[in-house]
Design a binder for this molecule. Sequence first.
Ligand SMILES: O=C(O)[C@@H](O)[C@@H](O)[C@H](O)[C@H](O)CO
Ligand SMILES: [Fe+2]
Length: 355
Amino acid sequence: MEMTLRWFGEDFDSVSLKNIRQIPGVTGIVSTLYDTKPGEVWPLERIRNLKKTIEASGLRLAGIESVNIHDAIKAGLPERDKYIENYIKTLENLGEAGIDMICYNFMPVFDWTRSDLAKVLPDGSTVLSYDQALIDKINPDSIADQMNKKAQGFELPGWEPERMAQIKELFAIYETVTEEQLFDNLVYFLNKIMPTCEKYGIRMAIHPDDPAWPVFGLPRIINSEANITKLLEAVPNPLNGITFCTGSLGSNPENDLISTIYAVKGRIHFAHLRNIKYHGYQKFDEASHLSSDGSLDMVAIIKALRDSGFDSIIRPDHGRQIWDEISMPGYGLYDRALGVAYMNGIWETLEKVSN
Ligand SMILES: O=C(O)[C@@H](O)[C@@H](O)[C@H](O)[C@H](O)CO
Ligand SMILES: [Fe+2]
């Protein structure tokens, strides 16, 4: 297991690599070229520079989160082959730079969605939260504005303003796309990129839909154990794997996280661990990582990962905002560092008691 932290790059993140290096047990960074747009080819030189910057701080670039997928690929538009070609070029450049794990998602239009980016808890900390009843009141055209307004001046991952400016057009291209077609488009994409992944040993780790149900009527396909195993079987190459995100998959209490860990054994290339607290149907807050603060049993989850032979990259997922820190919502230093310490403690304990 390698403990990592997500970092958005010097120009975008409030947290420094120096600070990250001081968290006990963190050796890796998952990062991205944050200013690239879906569909663009990532220049090799820029990837190498990112790697150099991270290595200069004594950490390693353990993987990329995310190389985002152009909507033409997701919607299966005629121009998708051009964008798949570009994606392959990016993979080649990442492979040349020695990167072997890539997180991505296949959610139409929106990446993760929340109804509140700073819900105040009784202890004064703030968390990201989701309430379907509130989302239902929002016009999809204005959700991006609302999210970005509450982002404390940071650009939110997956909510690029330029892309969101075209929200109506984006919705229009998915009007006729069914879940079956979206799934076929994903399989088509994966089959095209697998030879390049083979060449460089790149593990693709699809991130579950967040939340794990359709939002604004858009199709969603990576939201349950059945759908995830269906994908892994459709493209059986072991390099086709998943990001096991407890907060996303676990947003639906019907998803049995422990069962899924065993069902996809060997195919979890990246783990996002965070706790969430259910407040009712399709309503939850992101809690601190501690089991007793939320609804998920973090010890059971980490034990299942260990027992099923998981040996890849972990990161704490979104944290609360505490101690007056100003950061991109969910991505402050303090609460994620607490999450790391807690998860490392669980991992060490499991290791020692099992010997
Ligand atoms: O972990 C999450 O829920 C988010 O941070 C996503 O933005 C995630 O990084 C992407 O969906 C992965 O492509
Ligand atoms: Fe995640």
